[in-house]
Design a binder for this molecule. Structure first.
Ligand code: BYC
Length: 472
């Protein structure tokens, strides 16, 4: 699965053999580059960045490191290897050979899924575009840029599918990917969390921990798709996604670490006066990013989700490892949801509960990192525990959207909510404080901003004081 870098668009799909498709994508490419220059990482054009670039999609080739000027990064089309024997693993078409073309009757549904997925990728780049101005170190700046170029490539992955399999509609959707913008009042991005701001590095780390993890779970579900080119695209995207979540988990962990150090050294909880972020504020950011990311899974019970599954378009997380009939027409699944002004547990048809089931897998995964953050606190001897709030807390999508739910899962009156909201979610003053810590970028190798601890190790075996970015 070597990638052909001699082409204008690097690829491992033999693009050169399809001149029409190649031309169509080459026509889209300048618009993408203009978008990158306008809304990609601000002011980064001349930097040499120590980046990972895939040279093949197998285990030996996808993590190749070297200095790259970001606008010269070779965005391209990389699909995981095809298994000619692959069968659809679930739904009404279970056991049939995976589709290499889009079944006519599933066209618009599949296009919508691909567009929703694709839309998030450039959205996140737009959200993060100013963060380089306040990078806490060269190591972090490099990680931000790595995440950004790969999200750009994930857009390419979806745009390729739209161009290759959806004709004129697909080409129009690919154009529209560059026309909607994060937070644009007239043409916003499709999903809520991608219109929120990422104005500071605590938000960035929370976003890459919680929101990129939604990406992991959605991509894993689409990697089960009966439409093989989508499955193969998503499988390769998942290999890159892991680093994004690593950046988030270790970023939050390093902030907690630094806060603990200062609390111990100065024997105080009030680390704000010492120029660091207090644990309560970190918890509030966690509450915010977790809850907006939970919304990304859609309604608790969803006929859309049932249809995607029965049609063979979107499976469950690690579908083939689950031991059941993979059709689910007779199965039930117990969910927690809002009903009659309260929170109830009840069994519902498993097919309709697929969004909720994926959200449950996601919540469990989120919890594992929180445990590791708590280990840092425990090791430092600090009596504080980070917690994931209840799934109903601060929701805008789904059955909980109409309720005021506290982090520990109690339904509150409007007045009770209002009286406590500022304890649970970042206030304007909290955000202003965190932003105030984001000073000029730290550009000296091996130096780190005051509010964050250095990483335990560098990237690709390099030391932590490596020159990860050269500014020229
Ligand atoms: N915001 O039946 P439901 C990533 C709409 S992140 C706004 O539950 P469904 C990444 C919904 O469209 C992963 N609207 O919907 C991370 C529907 O509208 P209609 C992105 C929402 O379709 C970081 C209605 O409500 N990938 O990769 O089952 C950095 C009924 O809802 C929202 C995907 O999402 C919302 N949050 O579920 C970079 C995968 N939620 O039909 C990248 C593809 C629901 O009434 N998308 N609605 O007009 C999907 O699988 C589904 O579209 C969703 C929604 C799971 C998102």
């Amino acid at each position: 699965m070597a990638i052909d870098y001699s082409q204008r668009i690097p690829n491992n799909v033999d693009l050169a053999s399809d001149r029409r498709l190649q031309r169509a994508l080459e026509n889209w490419q300048p618009g993408f580059l203009d978008w990158w220059k306008e809304l990609g990482p601000d002011g980064s054009t001349d930097f040499d960045v120590y980046l990972r670039t895939a040279i093949s999609t197998d285990a030996n080739g996808w993590a190749n490191f070297g200095y790259v000027k970001m606008p010269e990064y070779r965005w391209g089309i990389f699909l995981a290897e095809r298994d000619p024997e692959r069968q659809i693993a679930f739904g009404d078409n279970k056991g049939q050979p995976a589709w290499q073309e889009v079944p006519g009757e599933l066209r618009s549904t599949l296009r919508r899924l691909i567009v929703t997925q694709g839309d998030t990728e450039p959205a996140s780049v737009e959200q993060q575009r100013l963060l380089g101005k306040t990078a806490p170190s060269l190591y972090d700046l490099r990680n931000l840029f790595q995440v950004n170029v790969e999200e750009g490539r994930h857009l390419w992955a979806m745009v390729y599918l739209l161009h290759a399999y959806f004709g004129r509609d697909g080409r129009e959707e690919a154009e529209a990917m560059l026309e909607r913008h994060s937070g644009d009042p007239d043409k916003p991005r499709i999903l809520g969390a991608f219109n929120e701001k990422t104005p500071d590095w605590l938000s960035f780390f929370m976003f890459t921990y919680f929101t990129d993890r939604d990406g992991k779970y959605q991509l894993a579900s689409l990697a089960e798709s009966g439409f093989d080119p989508l499955a193969r695209s998503c499988r390769f995207m998942l290999t890159e996604e892991a680093h994004h979540m690593f950046v988030g988990e270790t970023g939050v962990g390093r902030i907690i670490q630094r806060t603990c150090e200062l609390m111990k050294e100065h024997k105080t909880d009030d680390v704000r006066s010492l120029g660091a972020i207090d644990l309560r504020t970190i918890q509030k950011y966690l509450n915010f990013h977790f809850s907006v990311s939970l919304d990304l899974f859609g309604q608790e019970t969803s006929t859309n989700a049932a249809n995607y599954y029965s049609q063979g378009l979107k499976g469950r997380f690690l579908e083939t490892r689950i031991e059941d009939d993979h059709v689910l027409t007779d199965a039930a699944y117990e969910i927690e949801t809002a009903e009659g002004g309260g929170i109830v547990r009840k069994p519902v048809p498993a097919l309709s509960a697929l969004n909720e089931r994926l959200r449950q897998d996601y919540i469990e995964d989120c919890g594992r990192g929180v445990l590791r953050w708590n280990k840092i606190l425990e090791k430092a001897g600090i009596d504080f525990e980070m917690k994931l709030p209840h799934r109903g807390f601060h929701r805008r999508i789904g059955a909980f959207a109409g309720l005021n739910v506290s982090p520990d899962g109690k339904v509150l009156s409007e007045a009770e909510w209002k009286a406590n909201e500022s304890k649970w979610l970042p206030t304007d003053a909290d955000r202003a404080f965190v932003t105030s810590l984001m000073g000029a970028p730290v550009t000296e190798p091996g130096k780190y901003a005051h509010w964050i601890a250095p990483p335990a190790r560098g990237i690709n075996g390099q030391p932590v004081d490596f020159e990860y970015v050269r500014f020229n």
